[in-house]
Design a binder for this molecule. Structure first.
Ligand SMILES: [Fe+2]
Ligand SMILES: [Fe+2]
Length: 180
């Protein structure tokens, strides 16, 4: 008999049941190395003083995540309206992940999640994919810089995990842009 265990994602903090940690967190997309066995979870790992530089960078990251959440929400709705099942699935998954990132950031900043502002998008899957690629590219560059600047090991890892996740998204968009 296969024994399942409980794991926890250190990025979104959500639990997961499985034989092994998933290759990507089903909630926030974090890679397997971000999971720990639930028994080893230490809440005090999340209690630390955040430097001014990281506070400013987390706030900038929050703006990126909220904007991307809202953009992918628009793209999801457009795909749904025109009956594009693939576009609907892809943009909905991206919207959910970016929303989790915004949520993880507000937990670190100990603030409430701001309301989403409406962001326009195209009626066209390829145009939205192209804009998605550009948005992920901007986020990756910002988070790589934020990881370097973070004096806190936890936040360095947090931004590094975001870089990995957004790189998955970038690759996905790139694959779709090659579609005929
Ligand atoms: Fe997660
Ligand atoms: Fe994100």
């Amino acid at each position: 008999m296969v024994k399942v265990k409980v794991f926890r994602c250190r990025l979104c903090r959500d639990p997961y049941i499985g034989e092994e940690p998933p290759s990507r967190c089903p909630f926030c997309g974090a890679p397997a190395w971000f999971f720990v066995p639930a028994e080893d979870w230490n809440p005090s790992d999340y209690i630390f003083e955040i430097s001014e530089v990281s506070k400013a960078n987390l706030k900038a990251a929050l703006q990126l995540e909220l904007s991307n959440t809202s953009f992918y929400l628009c793209a999801t709705n457009v795909a749904k309206a025109i009956g594009d099942e693939y576009g609907f699935a892809k943009f909905k998954a991206l919207k959910k992940v970016e929303n989790e990132h915004a949520d993880a950031i507000v937990k670190l900043l100990k603030i409430n999640l701001p309301a989403l502002e409406k962001i326009p998008c195209s009626e066209d899957f390829k145009k939205n994919t192209k804009e998605g690629w550009e948005r992920e590219d901007r986020a990756i560059k910002a988070y790589a810089k934020f990881a370097q600047e973070a004096p806190e090991l936890q936040l360095k890892q947090f931004f590094e995990a975001l870089v990995e996740i957004e790189t998955d998204h970038l690759d996905l968009h790139a694959q779709n842009l090659k579609m005929v």
